[in-house]
Design a protein around this ligand. Structure first.
Ligand code: SF4
Length: 327
C-alpha cells in the first residue's frame, strides 16, 4: 500500500454513461484497491454552472452514487461523501480565496474556453471564476497527494499546487502539493461521433436495458463511404471503430474488421456486432448489481462516508485556523 491519499469528485449528473465509465470510474475502481481513496459528489460545483436549476441535484446525487456502487466502488474500501455535507469546504474555500490572486483564476484555460463556448448558461458569476479555489479546498482538505484527472483538468491541479505553496509559505507548511494521476483514457465517442454527453443525446448509459444498448450501437455513425454494403470503407474514418472497436475488440478481431471494412467483405452491422457483444458482456454485471441496489444503499454509503470525511476535515481546519492565528 502506498502512502498516497487519492481524492476525486464528480458533479451529480444523474445516470452515468460509458464515457464516465472509461474516463473516470474504471480508474477509481482500480485506485481503491491501491490507495486510500476519497470520492465525492461535487454538488456545490454543480451550482457554479447550473445555479439556476438546482432542483435535480438531490435526485441526481442518489442516481450517480448508485451507479458508482454498481461499477464496484465499495464503501468498505473507499470513502464516498457529499461535498455540501462537509461545511468545512466552504470555510477553507473562503480562506483560500483570501490568498488567491484573481489573475491566477482569469488565466485558467477552462474558464476562458467555457465562457466563450457555453452560451445557454450564465457564467459571469464570482462562483464560476472561483471554482478552482473550491476545488483546491476539496483536495487540500484531505491533504490528498494524488488527484486522478483527465488532461483537461491538469491546470486546476496546478492551481491547487500554487495555492498550497502560497499557504505553506505564508503561514505554516500544512499542505502537500498534490500530483496529477493521469491515466491512459480510451476515447469513447457518442453514437453520433461527437464527445459522449447527455446533452448531445448520444450517450450509452451504464444501466440501460441490453436491447437499447444494442439498438443505439447498431445505429452508431460509421465511415460515410460505406453507404452501401458493397462500398469499401476505411476504419480510420469510422467513429465506431476509432472509439468502441478499439476499446473493446481483441487485436485479431480488429484486424478482421479492418480488412473486412476495406474490402467490403463484411457489413457495418456484422462488424459492430463483434464489438457490441463485448460491450454487453461488460455492462451485464453492472446492470445486475444496479438492479439490486436501492436509494437507501446510496444514502447509507453517503452517511458513512460523510462521517469519515467530516472527521478528517475537522482536523485539517483546526490546523488551518491555528496556522492563520484564527483561534
Ligand atoms: S465496416 Fe466496421 S470499421 Fe468499417 S465503417 Fe463499418 S463499422 Fe466502421
Amino acid at each position: 500500500m502506498y502512502e498516497t491519499r487519492v481524492l476525486s469528485g464528480m458533479r451529480p449528473t444523474g445516470s452515468l454513461h460509458l464515457g464516465h465509465y472509461h474516463g473516470v470510474l474504471k480508474n477509481w475502481a482500480r485506485l481503491q484497491a491501491e490507495y486510500p481513496c476519497l470520492f465525492f459528489v461535487a454538488d456545490w460545483h454543480a451550482l457554479t454552472t447550473d445555479y439556476a436549476k438546482p432542483e435535480a441535484i438531490v435526485d441526481n446525487t442518489i442516481e450517480m452514487v448508485l451507479d458508482w456502487l454498481a461499477v464496484g466502488l465499495d464503501p468498505s474500501r473507499c470513502v464516498i461523501f457529499q461535498q455540501s455535507a462537509i461545511k468545512a469546504h466552504a470555510e477553507l474555500y473562503l480562506l483560500f480565496g483570501m490568498i488567491t490572486p484573481v489573475p491566477w483564476l482569469e488565466r485558467n484555460p477552462t474558464y476562458k474556453e467555457q465562457r466563450e463556448q457555453i452560451q445557454d448558461r450564465d457564467l459571469s458569476t464570482y462562483g464560476f471564476l472561483g471554482y478552482p479555489v473550491l476545488q483546491a479546498a476539496d483536495i487540500l482538505m484531505y491533504r490528498a497527494d494524488g488527484v486522478p484527472v483527465g488532461i483537461d483538468q491538469a491546470p486546476h491541479v496546478e492551481l491547487t499546487r500554487e495555492i498550497a505553496r502560497r499557504f505553506n509559505a505564508s503561514y505554516r507548511p500544512l499542505f502537500p502539493e498534490p500530483e496529477t494521476l493521469l491515466s491512459e483514457i480510451p476515447k469513447i465517442l457518442g453514437t453520433d461521433g461527437r464527445k459522449m454527453s447527455k446533452s448531445y443525446n448520444n450517450a450509452v448509459y451504464l444501466t440501460e436495458p441490453a436491447g437499447d444498448v444494442d439498438r443505439k450501437l447498431s445505429r452508431m455513425v460509421t465511415d460515410p463511404r460505406r453507404a452501401r454494403r458493397t462500398d469499401p470503407g476505411d476504419p480510420n474514418d469510422c467513429p465506431a471503430y476509432q472509439s468502441f472497436h478499439k476499446t473493446y475488440c481483441t487485436p485479431d478481431e480488429l484486424a478482421y474488421q479492418a480488412e473486412g471494412c476495406r474490402s467490403a467483405s463484411i457489413g457495418c452491422l456484422e462488424c459492430k456486432q463483434i464489438m457490441i457483444k463485448h460491450v454487453q458482456a461488460e455492462l451485464e454485471p453492472i446492470r445486475a448489481r444496479r438492479a439490486k441496489l436501492t436509494p437507501d444503499d446510496a444514502r447509507r454509503a453517503l452517511a458513512a462516508g460523510n462521517a469519515a470525511a467530516q472527521a478528517v476535515a475537522e482536523a485539517t481546519m483546526a490546523d488551518v485556523r491555528a496556522a492563520m492565528g484564527m483561534g
